[in-house]
Design a protein around this ligand. Sequence first.
Ligand code: 13P
Length: 387
Amino acid sequence: MAMASAKLNTLSSHWIAHTTFSPRSRSSPRRVSLPIRASYENELVQTAKSIATPGRGILAIDESNATCGKRLASIGLDNTEVNRQAYRQLLLTTPGLGEYISGAILFEETLYQSTTDGKKFVDCLRDENIVPGIKVDKGLVPLPGSNNESWCQGLDGLASRSAEYYKQGARFAKWRTVVSIPCGPSALAVKEAAWGLARYAAISQDNGLVPIVEPEILLDGDHPIERTLEVAEKVWSEVFFYLAENNVIFEGILLKPSMVTPGAEHKEKASPETIAKYTLTMLRRRVPPAVPGIMFLSGGQSEVEATLNLNAMNQSPNPWHVSFSYARALQNTVLKTWQGHPENVEAAQKSLLVRAKANSLAQLGRYSAEGESEEAKKGMFVKGYTY
Ligand code: 13P
């Protein structure tokens, strides 16, 4: 598909006749129309490539207002627009951030917000060569007919919202749905998660946004690592099946998987080497090499754990750029250092750079946990966590 589409990029039409074979008469070719994303294809591929550059990863700060409120409450701040702006300003104006960070996922409020001096946050990012991204899903709700599982809303009006986000400077998008191992997962929940992600990915690409595909397999549960591997393989096979069915361009997507670990309440913890082995096994079995980047979520691991696991996965070459798209594992020490005091902003920005650099080294397979703070080693798993 990529080759055919590349040749046709100069055409103004979004539709092109492809030759295929009729199921009834295998020998006689007939013409059918398939959609191509002619106007954005090159740009999507370039955007994805520029995010997946060596030694860089994604800073995820796309917490909804409710979740950002939880972060602020942890340091005794009220959940006001002014406090959210102050926190995002601290993060997005960190000098030198672009050395380690290639993309930042924003919540809608932040995409349209400016610093207190009136500079748009998207311009702060561009000045650091960081691509602005946007969370486009509308969150999780109960999935009727399932085993207490959920599905992700947000497809209604997504095309027009995406076009607006593009105008505002966003170049990639994120849609997070979840799969729960203790709840089954049921075949219905897996299918719904995969189909929703595929529809979102196709709509994003039609509007110039590189979709981050994120079926988060939650850490909850007391199952062994083998069970996580089994579920992850099932989930990713369905996701790729429906991505293909929806004519999504694999070269213009990024993935955001959970690492394959034992359940958070399993009796034994796994070493970074074991987690790397299982996670890479799953990826090699399920993810085509056309996909440019795998940007892991941290999912409640401690900052140091998430970095060690990423480092272990980069000890030998991979077919894709294997990197990070952490929220909690990049923000924990920053928040604790800041405490909402203007005089702590510089120190908090330095602590963000420490984490970003550690993960940059881990992306290159050169990280050592020597000298890491006790705070960075604290786990952040919360049972039944909602993002
Ligand atoms: P965590 O790294 O906190 O799991 O973030 C997940 C996420 O989807 C943020 O965009």
